[in-house]
Design a protein around this ligand. Sequence first.
Ligand code: SPV
Ligand code: MG
Length: 291
Amino acid sequence: MKKTAKLRKMIQTNNLDFIMEAHNGLSAKIVEEAGFNGIWASGLTISASLGVRDNNEASWTQILDMLEFMSDATSIPILLDGDTGYGNFNNARRLVKKLEQRNIAGVCIEDKLFPKTNSFINGEAQPLADVEEFCGKIKAMKDSQLDKDFIVVTRVEAFIAGWGLQEVLRRAEAYRQAGADAVLIHSKRSDLTEIEAFMKEWSGRHPVVIVPTKYYATPTERFAELGVNLVIWANHNLRASIDAMKIISQQIRQQKSLIGVEGKVASIDEIFRLQGADELQMAEKKYLPGK
Ligand code: SPV
Ligand code: MG
């Protein structure tokens, strides 16, 4: 099955599915090996891994380059966090074209303004996109895709920006009618009240995606009970690696030695395995004279 068809199936079937954050080829590979059926290419973690802020400081082609490595390293579908689509409808439809060329299965766009700011930084001060303009962007993206299974997820930021349920519903419905394949309802509350209220009114009319970063303490069964289709674990590989790198850097600096760390880090052979070094050795035997 194509990557696009796999991701489409994940959002369209009624059972709850999960995708996991990755920010480069290596972390994407690790997500696949962990058994996930899909990858969230997070704007926050890709930009953080590049040492920049989640404010479109990395250019969209720099993101595209990273995605190419992630896509080449894996066989499961990738959903790109495409921020606002990096401009207006025209930039967004060109993004779709470039993503399809790199075998990316779908993109999520959020109804904010370029350059965006992460939803967890002063969210209530963030202006939202005009609904009509955003619907034009959705239509342009859907009209430009060549593969019918490529998905466009539209992320409603109205709760984040301090609006109520009515505004969230108005936007979600408008985006559904404009052709979005799913709506992502984002909430920065530590409980599930906003998501619950939305799911009740929405009553299954179109697939729903959530990101439980802030309401992490909610048992996962609740998401299934509410009828959520897809959960994004949005940033945990980067966060795990930050802690691991801090500990090892500090230890090596303090001990001026590798004696205490060798058993605590992945082996060099494990790096080779993740890179697929074996395959190259076999290919050399086949293709290089004298090997
Ligand atoms: C991301 O992972 O970049 C997201 C999710 O967009 S959030 O950080 O919650 O906005
Ligand atoms: Mg993001």
